[in-house]
Design a binder for this molecule. Structure first.
Ligand code: SF4
Ligand code: SF4
Length: 266
């Protein structure tokens, strides 16, 4: 069985003009598609991609992690798949030969076909399933219903197109660096660059606790206390520490008194 090369053609990138022919000569059946990130959720192309058999390589102008996350989201990723950033500087002929070697293409040229799809400019997060622990922070943080927590307590993206274009806010509060905004060119870590881990942003984490009122794992406080300018604050949630410290001091004094009573007069 011939492997399939699914290639997003980018009219602005002349380097890709020769790639379909080289992939075909290297034994691939080639599908020319729009950038899959922009393909509509309900498009039939997703069903066709999910029903592919044998090896497949996806060449899109994205980092490999978001390519895999995107294909997984649509049930079209299998162990025999490869993800390649088509913005690579590698020349078409050696790239096609290397992919052919890795996927074991048979000899002889494969076909080339264009696969139309309904596509428009889109912006939404992708979840790297290898990192996500389903903690629910993104679901609790997002005000626009992009995420859902299902009955098995798994976070899913259910309304991607409700996401606000250009904004990667929830990627900054994910404790695992699992959220990818594939088109965010200001920060390669958020765009899913290989080996990069977006650090949770301290200000965004504080905004998360302020918005949700959820308990802080570091200081134990919950709710939305009134700000206390100048008071020491928890590094994680930003809530003032004064009340919690005073409560702890009072509790300690009470326990000390109890111990003295139990020991009796000396
Ligand atoms: S915040 Fe990150 S780790 Fe938590 S559920 Fe969302 S993607 Fe997964
Ligand atoms: S960037 Fe904003 S709107 Fe988009 S999913 Fe994250 S929190 Fe929701």
């Amino acid at each position: 069985m011939r492997p399939t090369a699914v290639l997003a053609l980018d009219a602005s990138d002349g380097r890709l003009d020769e790639l379909p022919r080289h992939l075909s000569d290297a034994g691939f059946d080639v599908w020319l598609v729009p950038n899959l990130y922009h393909v509509a959720e309900a498009c039939e192309l997703w069903r066709d991609l999910a029903s592919l058999e044998g090896g497949a390589v996806f060449l899109l102008p994205l980092h490999p992690r978001p390519i895999e996350a995107l294909l997984r989201r649509h049930g079209a990723w299998r162990t025999e798949c490869l993800a390649v950033d088509s913005r690579t500087r590698e020349a078409p002929a050696p790239l096609a030969a290397e992919l052919s070697r890795r996927l074991g293409s048979p000899s002889g040229a494969g076909s080339i076909q264009r696969r139309d799809a309904s596509a428009g400019a889109r912006w939404y997060p992708l979840v790297d399933e290898s990192r996500c622990t389903h903690c629910g922070s993104c679901f609790q943080f997002c005000l626009f219903g992009v995420y859902e927590m299902d009955e098995r307590k798994k976070v899913r993206i259910v309304h991607p197109d409700r996401c606000k274009p250009g904004c990667p806010a929830c990627s900054r509060i994910c404790p695992q660096g699992a959220l990818i905004f594939a088109l965010y060119d200001k920060d390669p870590a958020i765009a899913g660059a290989p080996g990069r881990f977006p650090k949770p942003d301290a200000a965004a984490r504080k905004m998360y606790y302020a918005r949700t009122g959820l308990p802080c794992p570091r200081c134990g406080q919950a709710g939305k206390p009134a700000p206390q300018p100048g008071a020491p604050a928890c590094d994680e949630c930003g809530r003032p520490r004064v009340a919690a410290k005073r409560d702890r001091d009072e509790l300690d004094a009470l326990l000390d008194g109890l111990e003295r009573l139990q020991e009796g007069p000396r």
